[in-house]
Design a protein around this ligand. Structure first.
Ligand code: BMA
Length: 389
Protein backbone atom coordinates (compact mmCIF):
# COMPACT_ATOMS: atom_id res chain seq x y z
CA UNK A 1 0.00 0.00 0.00
CA UNK A 2 2.79 2.42 0.87
CA UNK A 3 4.12 2.93 -2.66
CA UNK A 4 0.57 3.62 -3.76
CA UNK A 5 0.12 6.28 -1.05
CA UNK A 6 3.47 7.73 -2.07
CA UNK A 7 2.56 7.86 -5.69
CA UNK A 8 -0.83 9.45 -4.86
CA UNK A 9 0.94 12.10 -2.82
CA UNK A 10 3.48 12.54 -5.62
CA UNK A 11 0.71 12.87 -8.14
CA UNK A 12 -1.12 15.47 -6.06
CA UNK A 13 2.16 17.31 -5.56
CA UNK A 14 2.90 17.25 -9.30
CA UNK A 15 -0.60 18.50 -10.13
CA UNK A 16 -0.11 21.31 -7.62
CA UNK A 17 3.22 22.25 -9.26
CA UNK A 18 1.63 22.13 -12.73
CA UNK A 19 -1.20 24.37 -11.50
CA UNK A 20 1.27 26.86 -10.04
CA UNK A 21 3.23 26.81 -13.29
CA UNK A 22 0.10 27.44 -15.35
CA UNK A 23 -0.95 30.26 -13.07
CA UNK A 24 2.43 31.90 -13.40
CA UNK A 25 2.34 31.51 -17.19
CA UNK A 26 -1.12 33.06 -17.43
CA UNK A 27 0.10 35.79 -15.08
CA UNK A 28 2.99 36.48 -17.46
CA UNK A 29 0.62 36.47 -20.40
CA UNK A 30 -1.55 39.06 -18.73
CA UNK A 31 1.45 41.23 -18.08
CA UNK A 32 2.65 40.78 -21.64
CA UNK A 33 -0.79 41.64 -22.91
CA UNK A 34 -0.42 45.14 -21.54
CA UNK A 35 2.91 45.92 -23.19
CA UNK A 36 3.04 48.08 -26.33
CA UNK A 37 4.44 46.45 -29.47
CA UNK A 38 7.50 48.66 -29.31
CA UNK A 39 9.56 47.12 -26.49
CA UNK A 40 11.43 50.41 -26.02
CA UNK A 41 8.29 52.56 -25.67
CA UNK A 42 8.74 55.33 -23.08
CA UNK A 43 7.30 54.72 -19.65
CA UNK A 44 4.52 57.28 -20.24
CA UNK A 45 3.61 55.56 -23.52
CA UNK A 46 3.62 52.12 -21.92
CA UNK A 47 1.53 53.48 -19.03
CA UNK A 48 -1.01 54.95 -21.43
CA UNK A 49 -1.22 51.63 -23.25
CA UNK A 50 -1.73 49.74 -20.03
CA UNK A 51 -4.29 52.21 -18.70
CA UNK A 52 -6.32 52.11 -21.92
CA UNK A 53 -6.30 48.35 -21.61
CA UNK A 54 -7.39 48.45 -17.97
CA UNK A 55 -10.18 50.94 -18.64
CA UNK A 56 -11.82 48.79 -21.31
CA UNK A 57 -15.46 48.23 -20.40
CA UNK A 58 -15.35 50.93 -17.74
CA UNK A 59 -14.73 54.11 -19.69
CA UNK A 60 -14.92 55.41 -23.24
CA UNK A 61 -12.67 58.42 -23.77
CA UNK A 62 -14.55 61.10 -25.69
CA UNK A 63 -12.51 62.62 -28.51
CA UNK A 64 -12.89 65.51 -30.94
CA UNK A 65 -10.83 66.37 -34.01
CA UNK A 66 -9.10 69.81 -34.08
CA UNK A 67 -11.04 70.74 -30.94
CA UNK A 68 -8.71 73.45 -29.60
CA UNK A 69 -7.99 75.03 -32.99
CA UNK A 70 -11.40 76.16 -34.21
CA UNK A 71 -15.15 75.60 -33.96
CA UNK A 72 -18.42 77.02 -35.16
CA UNK A 73 -17.93 80.78 -35.50
CA UNK A 74 -14.44 81.02 -33.99
CA UNK A 75 -10.83 80.12 -34.73
CA UNK A 76 -7.57 80.21 -32.76
CA UNK A 77 -8.89 81.73 -29.53
CA UNK A 78 -6.91 80.65 -26.49
CA UNK A 79 -8.59 77.86 -24.49
CA UNK A 80 -11.71 77.84 -26.65
CA UNK A 81 -13.36 74.54 -27.56
CA UNK A 82 -16.83 73.73 -28.86
CA UNK A 83 -16.92 70.70 -26.57
CA UNK A 84 -15.97 72.80 -23.53
CA UNK A 85 -18.44 75.54 -24.45
CA UNK A 86 -21.36 73.16 -24.43
CA UNK A 87 -20.42 70.60 -21.77
CA UNK A 88 -18.14 72.58 -19.45
CA UNK A 89 -15.29 70.12 -19.96
CA UNK A 90 -12.63 69.48 -22.58
CA UNK A 91 -12.42 66.17 -24.49
CA UNK A 92 -10.46 63.25 -23.04
CA UNK A 93 -8.89 62.73 -26.46
CA UNK A 94 -7.81 65.10 -29.20
CA UNK A 95 -7.46 64.18 -32.86
CA UNK A 96 -4.92 66.04 -35.03
CA UNK A 97 -4.03 65.69 -38.69
CA UNK A 98 -0.69 65.98 -40.48
CA UNK A 99 -1.81 66.12 -44.15
CA UNK A 100 0.41 68.51 -46.19
CA UNK A 101 3.26 68.47 -43.69
CA UNK A 102 5.10 66.21 -46.16
CA UNK A 103 5.03 69.06 -48.70
CA UNK A 104 6.82 71.38 -46.29
CA UNK A 105 3.70 73.51 -45.76
CA UNK A 106 3.32 75.54 -42.58
CA UNK A 107 -0.38 74.64 -42.32
CA UNK A 108 -2.15 71.30 -42.68
CA UNK A 109 -4.77 70.55 -45.33
CA UNK A 110 -7.44 71.97 -43.03
CA UNK A 111 -5.44 75.19 -42.47
CA UNK A 112 -4.17 74.34 -38.98
CA UNK A 113 -0.64 75.77 -38.57
CA UNK A 114 1.70 72.99 -37.45
CA UNK A 115 3.34 75.33 -34.95
CA UNK A 116 -0.05 75.88 -33.28
CA UNK A 117 -0.85 72.18 -33.48
CA UNK A 118 2.24 71.42 -31.39
CA UNK A 119 1.04 73.88 -28.73
CA UNK A 120 -2.47 72.37 -28.75
CA UNK A 121 -1.00 68.89 -28.40
CA UNK A 122 1.01 70.02 -25.37
CA UNK A 123 -2.10 71.71 -23.92
CA UNK A 124 -4.15 68.51 -24.32
CA UNK A 125 -1.40 66.36 -22.84
CA UNK A 126 -1.06 68.65 -19.82
CA UNK A 127 -4.82 68.39 -19.28
CA UNK A 128 -4.27 64.64 -18.93
CA UNK A 129 -6.04 63.88 -22.23
CA UNK A 130 -4.86 61.62 -25.03
CA UNK A 131 -3.50 62.62 -28.45
CA UNK A 132 -4.36 60.82 -31.69
CA UNK A 133 -2.70 61.71 -35.01
CA UNK A 134 -3.71 60.84 -38.57
CA UNK A 135 -1.99 61.65 -41.85
CA UNK A 136 -3.80 62.23 -45.15
CA UNK A 137 -0.54 62.16 -47.12
CA UNK A 138 -0.62 63.42 -50.70
CA UNK A 139 -0.35 60.89 -53.49
CA UNK A 140 3.43 60.57 -54.02
CA UNK A 141 2.95 59.16 -57.53
CA UNK A 142 0.52 61.65 -59.03
CA UNK A 143 1.19 64.66 -56.81
CA UNK A 144 -2.54 64.97 -56.15
CA UNK A 145 -4.25 64.71 -52.76
CA UNK A 146 -4.64 61.62 -50.55
CA UNK A 147 -8.04 61.12 -52.24
CA UNK A 148 -6.44 59.94 -55.47
CA UNK A 149 -6.74 56.14 -55.51
CA UNK A 150 -4.23 55.43 -58.25
CA UNK A 151 -3.12 51.81 -58.64
CA UNK A 152 0.64 51.42 -58.39
CA UNK A 153 1.16 54.25 -55.90
CA UNK A 154 2.03 52.01 -52.94
CA UNK A 155 4.36 49.86 -55.07
CA UNK A 156 6.13 53.04 -56.23
CA UNK A 157 7.15 54.03 -52.70
CA UNK A 158 8.25 50.61 -51.41
CA UNK A 159 11.94 49.64 -51.52
CA UNK A 160 13.04 49.52 -55.15
CA UNK A 161 10.14 51.76 -56.30
CA UNK A 162 10.71 55.05 -58.16
CA UNK A 163 9.31 57.15 -55.35
CA UNK A 164 10.96 55.36 -52.44
CA UNK A 165 13.49 58.08 -51.71
CA UNK A 166 10.90 60.87 -51.97
CA UNK A 167 8.69 58.94 -49.60
CA UNK A 168 11.55 58.47 -47.11
CA UNK A 169 11.87 62.27 -47.04
CA UNK A 170 8.14 62.53 -46.27
CA UNK A 171 8.53 60.03 -43.44
CA UNK A 172 11.44 62.07 -42.13
CA UNK A 173 9.30 65.23 -42.02
CA UNK A 174 6.54 63.41 -40.13
CA UNK A 175 9.08 61.83 -37.76
CA UNK A 176 10.63 65.25 -37.05
CA UNK A 177 7.20 66.56 -36.05
CA UNK A 178 6.46 63.56 -33.82
CA UNK A 179 9.92 63.73 -32.24
CA UNK A 180 9.34 67.35 -31.34
CA UNK A 181 6.23 66.64 -29.24
CA UNK A 182 7.60 67.14 -25.74
CA UNK A 183 6.51 68.74 -22.50
CA UNK A 184 8.52 71.48 -20.74
CA UNK A 185 10.69 68.88 -19.05
CA UNK A 186 11.54 67.26 -22.36
CA UNK A 187 9.31 64.23 -21.76
CA UNK A 188 8.04 62.83 -25.09
CA UNK A 189 4.25 63.16 -25.43
CA UNK A 190 2.65 59.77 -26.19
CA UNK A 191 0.66 59.66 -29.42
CA UNK A 192 -1.86 57.21 -30.84
CA UNK A 193 -0.42 57.19 -34.36
CA UNK A 194 -3.00 56.18 -36.99
CA UNK A 195 -1.34 56.11 -40.40
CA UNK A 196 -2.92 54.61 -43.56
CA UNK A 197 -6.36 54.84 -42.07
CA UNK A 198 -9.65 53.64 -43.62
CA UNK A 199 -7.69 51.13 -45.67
CA UNK A 200 -10.81 49.06 -46.46
CA UNK A 201 -12.31 52.03 -48.31
CA UNK A 202 -11.76 52.94 -51.95
CA UNK A 203 -10.90 56.64 -51.71
CA UNK A 204 -7.22 56.87 -50.66
CA UNK A 205 -4.16 55.73 -52.61
CA UNK A 206 -3.44 53.12 -49.88
CA UNK A 207 -6.99 51.66 -49.95
CA UNK A 208 -7.86 48.04 -50.72
CA UNK A 209 -8.99 48.73 -54.30
CA UNK A 210 -5.57 49.96 -55.42
CA UNK A 211 -2.95 47.87 -53.58
CA UNK A 212 -2.55 44.23 -52.62
CA UNK A 213 -2.64 43.07 -48.97
CA UNK A 214 1.09 42.38 -49.21
CA UNK A 215 1.83 45.86 -50.56
CA UNK A 216 -0.24 47.41 -47.79
CA UNK A 217 1.62 45.41 -45.14
CA UNK A 218 4.95 46.43 -46.66
CA UNK A 219 3.85 50.07 -46.46
CA UNK A 220 3.06 49.56 -42.78
CA UNK A 221 6.42 47.85 -42.08
CA UNK A 222 8.29 50.59 -43.91
CA UNK A 223 6.53 53.24 -41.81
CA UNK A 224 6.96 51.33 -38.55
CA UNK A 225 10.59 50.45 -39.23
CA UNK A 226 11.48 54.04 -40.07
CA UNK A 227 9.71 55.59 -37.08
CA UNK A 228 10.62 53.02 -34.44
CA UNK A 229 13.91 51.45 -35.49
CA UNK A 230 15.55 54.19 -37.51
CA UNK A 231 14.25 57.28 -35.70
CA UNK A 232 13.80 55.66 -32.27
CA UNK A 233 10.39 57.24 -31.77
CA UNK A 234 9.33 55.60 -28.55
CA UNK A 235 6.26 57.75 -27.92
CA UNK A 236 3.97 56.09 -30.46
CA UNK A 237 1.18 53.58 -29.98
CA UNK A 238 0.28 52.08 -33.35
CA UNK A 239 -3.36 52.21 -34.43
CA UNK A 240 -4.55 49.90 -37.21
CA UNK A 241 -7.67 51.51 -38.67
CA UNK A 242 -10.07 50.28 -41.34
CA UNK A 243 -13.22 51.82 -42.75
CA UNK A 244 -16.25 49.54 -42.72
CA UNK A 245 -15.62 45.78 -42.98
CA UNK A 246 -17.87 42.77 -43.40
CA UNK A 247 -16.08 39.93 -41.58
CA UNK A 248 -13.19 39.22 -39.23
CA UNK A 249 -11.23 37.85 -42.20
CA UNK A 250 -11.87 41.02 -44.14
CA UNK A 251 -10.68 43.06 -41.14
CA UNK A 252 -7.49 41.01 -40.88
CA UNK A 253 -6.71 40.77 -44.60
CA UNK A 254 -4.27 43.67 -44.43
CA UNK A 255 -3.48 43.58 -40.69
CA UNK A 256 0.30 43.90 -40.35
CA UNK A 257 0.44 41.39 -37.48
CA UNK A 258 0.41 41.40 -33.72
CA UNK A 259 3.92 42.79 -33.48
CA UNK A 260 2.95 45.99 -35.30
CA UNK A 261 -0.32 47.28 -33.83
CA UNK A 262 -1.41 48.27 -30.33
CA UNK A 263 -4.93 49.42 -31.10
CA UNK A 264 -7.40 47.96 -33.59
CA UNK A 265 -10.11 50.31 -34.79
CA UNK A 266 -12.41 51.35 -37.60
CA UNK A 267 -14.21 54.48 -38.83
CA UNK A 268 -17.90 54.71 -39.69
CA UNK A 269 -20.21 57.68 -40.16
CA UNK A 270 -23.97 58.02 -39.84
CA UNK A 271 -25.78 59.23 -42.96
CA UNK A 272 -29.43 60.27 -43.21
CA UNK A 273 -30.10 57.69 -45.95
CA UNK A 274 -29.32 54.89 -43.46
CA UNK A 275 -32.54 55.64 -41.61
CA UNK A 276 -35.65 53.78 -42.67
CA UNK A 277 -38.85 52.31 -41.27
CA UNK A 278 -36.90 49.15 -40.40
CA UNK A 279 -34.47 51.09 -38.22
CA UNK A 280 -31.05 52.69 -38.38
CA UNK A 281 -28.69 50.82 -40.72
CA UNK A 282 -25.67 52.66 -39.27
CA UNK A 283 -26.47 51.34 -35.78
CA UNK A 284 -26.96 47.81 -37.11
CA UNK A 285 -23.69 47.85 -39.03
CA UNK A 286 -21.62 49.43 -36.27
CA UNK A 287 -23.12 46.99 -33.78
CA UNK A 288 -21.94 44.09 -35.93
CA UNK A 289 -18.55 45.64 -36.56
CA UNK A 290 -17.92 46.46 -32.90
CA UNK A 291 -18.97 42.90 -32.07
CA UNK A 292 -16.36 41.52 -34.48
CA UNK A 293 -13.77 44.04 -33.31
CA UNK A 294 -14.31 42.93 -29.70
CA UNK A 295 -13.80 39.28 -30.59
CA UNK A 296 -10.62 40.19 -32.45
CA UNK A 297 -9.40 42.40 -29.62
CA UNK A 298 -9.85 39.54 -27.16
CA UNK A 299 -8.10 36.97 -29.30
CA UNK A 300 -5.28 39.25 -30.48
CA UNK A 301 -5.03 40.99 -27.11
CA UNK A 302 -5.32 44.45 -28.62
CA UNK A 303 -7.19 47.60 -27.62
CA UNK A 304 -10.45 48.15 -29.58
CA UNK A 305 -11.44 51.71 -30.55
CA UNK A 306 -13.96 53.62 -32.65
CA UNK A 307 -11.38 55.88 -34.26
CA UNK A 308 -13.70 58.23 -36.19
CA UNK A 309 -17.43 58.72 -36.28
CA UNK A 310 -20.19 61.30 -36.37
CA UNK A 311 -23.34 62.49 -38.05
CA UNK A 312 -22.74 65.70 -39.99
CA UNK A 313 -24.80 68.55 -38.43
CA UNK A 314 -26.44 65.92 -36.13
CA UNK A 315 -29.96 66.61 -37.44
CA UNK A 316 -31.51 64.01 -35.12
CA UNK A 317 -32.24 65.45 -31.66
CA UNK A 318 -31.58 62.21 -29.72
CA UNK A 319 -28.79 60.69 -31.84
CA UNK A 320 -26.26 60.77 -29.00
CA UNK A 321 -28.21 58.84 -26.38
CA UNK A 322 -30.48 56.85 -28.68
CA UNK A 323 -27.98 55.66 -31.27
CA UNK A 324 -24.34 56.23 -30.32
CA UNK A 325 -24.39 55.65 -26.55
CA UNK A 326 -26.03 52.18 -26.59
CA UNK A 327 -23.31 51.01 -29.02
CA UNK A 328 -20.58 52.29 -26.72
CA UNK A 329 -22.23 50.61 -23.74
CA UNK A 330 -22.86 47.29 -25.40
CA UNK A 331 -19.29 46.84 -26.65
CA UNK A 332 -15.82 47.48 -25.33
CA UNK A 333 -14.53 50.68 -26.88
CA UNK A 334 -11.42 52.43 -25.58
CA UNK A 335 -12.22 55.77 -27.20
CA UNK A 336 -14.50 57.42 -29.73
CA UNK A 337 -13.37 60.32 -31.92
CA UNK A 338 -15.93 62.72 -33.37
CA UNK A 339 -14.83 64.57 -36.50
CA UNK A 340 -14.12 68.26 -36.84
CA UNK A 341 -16.33 71.34 -36.39
CA UNK A 342 -15.21 73.15 -39.53
CA UNK A 343 -18.51 75.02 -40.00
CA UNK A 344 -18.87 76.76 -43.36
CA UNK A 345 -16.83 75.13 -46.11
CA UNK A 346 -16.07 76.86 -49.40
CA UNK A 347 -18.62 75.93 -52.06
CA UNK A 348 -20.78 73.91 -49.67
CA UNK A 349 -24.25 74.74 -48.53
CA UNK A 350 -24.31 72.35 -45.58
CA UNK A 351 -22.19 73.18 -42.53
CA UNK A 352 -19.45 70.65 -41.69
CA UNK A 353 -19.57 69.82 -37.95
CA UNK A 354 -20.02 66.80 -35.69
CA UNK A 355 -20.33 68.27 -32.18
CA UNK A 356 -23.36 70.53 -31.53
CA UNK A 357 -23.30 74.14 -30.41
CA UNK A 358 -25.56 75.80 -27.82
CA UNK A 359 -29.15 75.87 -29.10
CA UNK A 360 -28.46 73.27 -31.80
CA UNK A 361 -31.05 70.53 -32.27
CA UNK A 362 -29.00 67.79 -30.54
CA UNK A 363 -27.34 70.06 -27.94
CA UNK A 364 -29.31 68.91 -24.87
CA UNK A 365 -28.97 65.27 -25.81
CA UNK A 366 -25.23 65.72 -26.28
CA UNK A 367 -24.96 67.08 -22.73
CA UNK A 368 -26.84 64.02 -21.42
CA UNK A 369 -24.52 61.76 -23.43
CA UNK A 370 -21.39 63.38 -22.03
CA UNK A 371 -22.81 63.24 -18.48
CA UNK A 372 -23.09 59.46 -18.69
CA UNK A 373 -20.53 57.97 -16.24
CA UNK A 374 -19.14 55.75 -19.00
CA UNK A 375 -18.22 58.70 -21.22
CA UNK A 376 -14.99 60.24 -20.01
CA UNK A 377 -13.91 63.82 -20.53
CA UNK A 378 -10.62 65.62 -19.73
CA UNK A 379 -11.40 65.85 -15.99
CA UNK A 380 -11.94 62.08 -15.77
CA UNK A 381 -8.79 61.41 -17.80
CA UNK A 382 -6.76 63.68 -15.52
CA UNK A 383 -8.04 61.91 -12.40
CA UNK A 384 -7.11 58.55 -13.89
CA UNK A 385 -3.52 59.80 -14.58
CA UNK A 386 -3.31 57.92 -17.86
CA UNK A 387 0.42 58.52 -18.26
CA UNK A 388 1.34 57.06 -14.88
CA UNK A 389 1.69 53.42 -14.06
C1 BMA B 1 -12.61 65.04 -44.08
C2 BMA B 1 -13.22 66.43 -44.12
C3 BMA B 1 -12.27 67.27 -44.93
C4 BMA B 1 -10.87 67.22 -44.33
C5 BMA B 1 -10.39 65.78 -44.11
C6 BMA B 1 -9.05 65.68 -43.41
O1 BMA B 1 -13.47 64.12 -43.53
O2 BMA B 1 -13.34 66.94 -42.83
O3 BMA B 1 -12.74 68.59 -44.96
O4 BMA B 1 -9.96 67.90 -45.14
O5 BMA B 1 -11.37 65.08 -43.40
O6 BMA B 1 -9.07 66.24 -42.14
Amino acid sequence: MLPLINSTINMKYSLFIILLFQLSISGCMNTQKRLPVNPTATKETAALHNNLQQLLGKAVLFGHQDDLAYGIGWAYEADNSDVKKITGDYPALYGWELGNIELGHAKNLDSVPFADMKKFILQGYKQGSVISISWHANNPLTGKSAWDPQAGTVASILKGGNNHETFKVWLKIVADFLADLKDEKGVAIPVLFRPWHELTGNWFWWCQNVCSPEEFKQLWYLTYDYMVNERKLNNLLWVYNTAEFNSKNHYLERYPGNAFADVISFDAYQHANQLSASGNEFVKQVDEQLGMLNLLADSLQKIPAFAETGYETIPQANWWTNDLLPLLKKHKVSYVLLWRNAGKMPGKEKLHYYVPFEGDVSAEDFKTFVADPKIWMATDAKKAALYKQ
